[in-house]
Design a protein around this ligand. Structure first.
Ligand SMILES: [Zn+2]
Length: 423
């Protein structure tokens, strides 16, 4: 089928300027065309009749919304192959799919170990990626921004594209992020607090940049490309330098009233407990995150003279000791696992999710999700005589986190493309 769709370049739209790019839309009813688009996006290829059935609306209203989306160049009709031996004549069945050529977006993931950038087409297929390793915490925001742009430009170069070719950019980073205003309120990556990252990058790159907590990004990746394709509700817990969480309710990422998301790592598990990076005491993160394990190791294994080594190297060393049978090292991981179990039980008691995904690079430390950890979680969950939630492990790498950021960009691009006409 000839590809004749057309989209207005979003970077030229007045609504795509540097102001608050994102409205708090979670509580607003979504227009049918947006629901149709999301259903098509989630399915890959789907017939109009199936969309109508899934959304509980009439086939005629889906046809009307689909026509509008085709006209905007966001989706297209695809002839689906007949099954062998079908024997029927005439036009093959037609499905709806996202139009890959509708535009390109970029996903950026900033972390304490490396920055990653990917370039995707509009259907979410990755066409290029780039990584920058550094391993430095608490840099000046200006330096982090330059490094992020360098990583983005590297990925663009590999894709044969330029910044002006992008419809939108999504960026995920650790810490407390106000996704509505695009402000990084606090992040272990920055020396400063309150960095208006979204506005700065929107101006530098020249297209809308949406930022979010990295746990929300990985949850979006699951929602768009993973568990969300078959489940309406699930929770994601991320274990990296800190602890994060995202929750999907009825096919939508829950961001909370202030757009800050869910700060699982800073839920309290001990009164007057260990000091957390956030400045408060007794946070779960202060018992489970890598810096907490390194702190324990410094005392228990007499590592006081290894202070110059990075937490990552110390953590690897601690894991090697535990694997080799060092009881003190094992006890440190086991204690962290018990605290994680406590946190997971609290999630179950609060949200009753059918599925919890444990995700992130640190999931290769298997002590953190050993059977005894899951068993401890079940013991601390209210006994209802029902089978508890399924827990799955996702040892995902940086690309998937960046893909979640790309999902954020796709969300931004489609929100703007589908926004009601204001003229
Ligand atoms: Zn905290």
């Amino acid at each position: 089928m000839p590809d004749t769709g057309h989209m207005t370049p979003l970077g030229q739209d007045e609504s795509a300027g540097c102001g608050p790019l994102i409205q708090s839309y979670a509580a607003q009813p979504r227009p049918l065309r947006q629901q149709v688009f999301e259903r098509v996006r989630a399915s890959g290829l789907i017939a109009r009749s199936e969309v109508a059935k899934d959304l509980g609306v009439s086939p005629a209203s889906v046809t009307s919304a689909a026509s509008e989306l085709i006209e905007k160049g966001l989706i297209l009709e695809v002839d689906t192959p007949r099954r062998d031996g079908d024997g029927t004549r005439g036009r093959p069945p037609v499905a709806l799919g996202v139009r890959p050529a509708a535009g390109h977006v970029a996903g950026l993931k900033l972390s304490d170990q490396s920055h990653s950038a990917i370039i995707c087409d509009f259907a979410g297929t990755v066409i290029a990626e780039a990584h920058l390793r550094h391993g430095i915490l608490q840099q000046d925001a200006a330096q982090v921004i330059e490094d992020a742009l360098r990583t983005l430009d590297d990925a663009l170069c590999r894709a044969g594209l330029e910044r002006r070719d992008l419809l939108a950019v999504g960026l995920g980073l650790p810490g407390i992020v106000d996704s509505d205003t695009g402000v990084s309120m606090w992040s272990p990556l920055f020396r400063e607090r309150g960095t208006p990252l979204g506005a700065i990058l929107t101006e530098r790159i020249g297209c809308p940049v949406r930022i979010d907590n990295d746990a929300n990004c990985v949850t979006l990746a699951e929602l768009w490309f993973g568990a969300g394709r078959t489940r309406p509700d699930f929770a994601v817990v991320t274990i990296e330098h800190g602890l994060g969480m995202g929750i999907v309710i009825n096919h939508r990422l829950y961001r909370g009233a202030l757009g800050l998301g869910l700060e699982f790592g800073h839920t309290k598990v001990q009164l007057d407990g260990a000091l957390c990076r956030c400045g408060q005491r007794g946070c779960l993160e202060a018992y489970v995150a890598d810096y907490a394990l390194v702190r324990e190791a410094t005392t228990a294994l007499n590592w006081g003279n290894r202070g110059v080594q990075s937490p990552q190297i110390l953590l690897e060393s601690l894991y090697d000791h535990a694997k080799a049978g060092n009881q003190s090292a094992r006890a440190i991981f086991k204690r962290a696992g018990r605290y994680l179990a406590l946190g997971l039980a609290n999630i179950v008691n609060l949200f009753d999710p059918a599925l919890i995904l444990l995700s992130g690079e640190r999931m290769r430390y298997d002590y953190l999700y050993a059977e005894e950890v899951l068993s401890a979680m079940r013991d601390m969950t209210l006994d209802t005589d029902r089978i508890g939630p399924r827990v799955e492990i996702r040892a995902w790498g940086d690309q998937v986190w960046a893909r979640g950021a790309a999902a954020l960009a796709l969300e931004a691009a489609t929100d703007i493309a589908l926004a009601p006409e204001t003229t």
